[in-house]
Design a protein around this ligand. Structure first.
Ligand code: KIV
Length: 265
């Protein structure tokens, strides 16, 4: 896939769904990776709160703060030219009250430079989605395995309640979401949801029939040495390459071959 020539908007994504053109999304958390993702021709860069796990080394996304999310969103927005930047609302930035939810969503656009926000939940967050959308903030919903509810779900578990998932998907669409992430859902259920919605579905661990796919960048590039879920495909082993490069550098310094004459003034 080559670089995208036009800025990706909510209209682009709706058009892609109706043309049957797959949407490609990936997470990123800083400027250099946002540049690489842009060069890869990706349509959506999600500044995911997964940064709590893959960048901060935590065991869940729950401790991630608004300030951290705004900071990382700003770094990514600086590197994104055409891809749509979506800022992920962290745990407790939208749950406690409506004014706080809308205010925090607005910060992603105003201070972070994002074009949209994402939040987790179905029917339970529809009033938030409606209020944000009315304030001019495009919202991507996220249903199924919602990592911010890890304790409620009893772990990071595949969600299989078809009736509930379908109802959640239809409700977030009716509330004004421009797209919905389907995470950890059996492929046949994700296919049914995708067929019933007008807005694009973006799957992660939800099979091939979604309108698009998203992966966590550090998982797909081999930069995360923790346990990988079944749905991850590793496209590179950058962690191994980095380790080898660092070993080489250490050897060179210790045996006196770096710096060489070509590195000296
Ligand atoms: O935080 C994140 O990276 C996400 C994706 C896994 C969808 O929510």
């Amino acid at each position: 896939m080559s670089r995208i020539s036009k800025v990706v908007t909510v209209t682009t994504l709706m058009r892609m769904k109706s043309n049957g053109e797959k949407i490609v999304a990936v997470t990123a958390y800083d400027y250099p990776f946002a540049r690489l993702v842009e060069d890869g021709g990706i349509h959506i860069i999600l500044v995911g709160d997964s940064l709590g796990m893959v960048v901060q080394g935590r065991t869940s996304t729950l401790p991630v703060t608004m300030e951290e999310m705004i900071y990382h969103t700003r770094l990514v927005a600086r590197g994104a030219e055409h891809a749509m930047v979506v800022g992920d609302m962290p745990f407790m930035s939208y749950q406690a009250s409506m004014p706080e939810a809308v205010y925090n969503a607005g910060r992603f656009l105003k201070e972070g430079g994002a074009a949209a926000v994402k939040l987790e939940g179905g029917a339970a967050v529809c009033d938030r989605i409606r209020a944000m959308t009315e304030a001019g903030i495009p919202v991507q919903a996220h249903i199924g395995l919602t990592p911010q509810s890890v304790h409620q779900m009893g772990g990071f578990k595949v969600q299989r309640n078809e009736e509930r998932l379908l109802a959640d998907a239809l409700e977030v669409e009716a509330a004004g979401a421009f797209s919905v992430v389907l995470e950890g859902i059996p492929a046949p259920i994700a296919a049914k949801i995708t067929a019933q919605l007008k807005i694009p579905t973006i799957g992660i661990g939800a099979g091939p029939h979604c309108d698009g796919q998203v992966l966590v960048l550090h998982d797909m590039l081999g930069l995360n040495d923790r346990h990988q879920p079944k749905f991850v495909k590793q496209y590179a082993r950058l962690g191994e390459q980095a380790r080898e490069a660092l070993r080489q550098y250490a050897d060179d310094v210790q045996n006196g071959t770096f710096p060489g004459p070509e590195h000296c003034y």
